[in-house]
Design a protein around this ligand. Structure first.
Ligand SMILES: C[C@](O)(CO)[C@H](O)COP(=O)(O)OP(=O)(O)OC[C@H]1O[C@@H](n2ccc(N)nc2=O)[C@H](O)[C@@H]1O
Ligand SMILES: Nc1ncnc2c1ncn2[C@@H]1O[C@H](COP(=O)(O)OP(=O)(O)OP(=O)(O)O)[C@@H](O)[C@H]1O
Length: 292
């Protein structure tokens, strides 16, 4: 897809959530990372990032994140990585409207990093290809490449070997129980299922749509089990990534909204559409068509 790279001084782009429609763990590599088979779909529900060019080579994150020093923020790390990789003398001031819960399995940090790489590649006119950006992004997180490529995908490897797939674009009720699950903690746990039999791409969307992390997370975090039990009474429900968020499928927005209204008050929840093209790329195409 050809997109405009016209020079600009500022750009605002979304960083959407992802869900894992299924997630199998089929093995572990010598470096400790796990071999996965998963289906990624995006949600039409995004953080919004705003980038303004500066000429001082400074990366300034103007929106504070409680408890997370700026230098550890994946937005700042992504910007610095691109700066170092390309040798650009430009910098950026960044603001974010954050709505995605951290540590929810919705990939918020990875998505922020991906949007940062894509946005700054335009703002700084560094002209890396999508493939180069995805390779760079993988060093920041296993989920970054899917956000950079922007299509719903069947993923293998650690989640970086992607093939397009076209799941139904259901309405989803997403519930975020009041707990923070660390991805590292789940992948290190001795009770994690690590030996699922590999399946074929052709069967990715039929049969057993399970998440191999779900039973362990349910055991360690009873609040996640409680949410799964509650939501499963209304619609097919699964946990995303390593949790804590769960999602339930509906064929109509109104049905999902009806159940949203009944979600117990101590859980954050929202309704969003599962989409097969990332809202990031829909926005980039809009910008490109305006610039033509
Ligand atoms: C579970 C998923 O959300 C599925 O989409 C992702 O694979 C997680 O991706 P992510 O949050 O970008 O994870 P990373 O930041 O790369 O890794 C966090 C930690 O999880 C473990 N990890 C992660 C991904 C993977 N395939 N195997 C792992 O063992 C590693 O211990 C790593 O130190
Ligand atoms: N910009 C960012 N937004 C959110 N979290 C960030 C960011 N930068 C760094 N982090 C750190 O990354 C951790 C994981 O955040 P993230 O929202 O990606 O988790 P997640 O949704 O569970 O991701 P995944 O599904 O990829 O496991 C957070 O606990 C936080 O400390």
């Amino acid at each position: 897809m050809k997109r405009s790279t016209a020079a600009c001084k500022a750009i605002s782009l979304p960083a959407p959530a992802k869900i894992n429609l299924m997630l199998h763990i089929t093995g572990q590599r010598p470096d400790g990372y796990h071999e996965l088979q998963t289906v990624f779909q995006f949600l039409d529900y995004s953080d919004q990032l705003h980038f303004r060019l500066n000429h001082h080579q400074q990366i300034n994150l103007l929106t504070p994140f409680e408890g997370l020093p700026a230098e550890q923020n994946l937005i700042v790390r992504a910007a610095k990585l691109l700066q170092q990789h390309t040798g650009t003398t430009l910098g950026t001031d960044i603001e974010i409207d954050k709505i995605l819960p951290a540590g929810g399995g919705l990939g918020g940090g990875s998505s922020n990093a991906a949007t940062t790489l894509v946005a700054l590649n335009q703002l700084w006119q560094t002209n890396l290809t999508q493939h180069q950006l995805a390779e760079l992004g993988l060093a920041l997180g296993a989920d970054v490449p899917v956000f950079i490529h922007g299509f719903a995908a069947w993923a293998e490897g650690v989640g970086e070997a992607l093939q397009p797939i076209v799941p139904t674009q259901d309405w989803l009720l997403v519930i975020c129980p009041n707990v923070h699950v660390s991805t590292g903690e789940i992948f290190c746990h001795k009770k994690l299922t690590r030996s699922s039999k590999p399946i074929k791409f052709a069967t990715a969307l039929v049969g057993d749509m399970r998440n191999d992390c779900q039973s362990l997370v349910s055991e360690l975090y009873p609040e996640v089990k409680k949410a799964l039990d509650w939501a499963s009474a209304f619609a097919p429900t699964l946990m995303t990534g390593t949790g804590a968020c769960i999602f339930s499928h509906f064929d109509q927005q109104s049905k999902a909204e009806d159940i949203l209204a009944r979600v117990p008050g101590d859980w954050q929840a929202f309704v969003a559409r599962g989409v097969n093209t990332s809202p990031l790329f829909i926005e980039l195409d809009k910008i490109a068509s305006v610039n033509h």
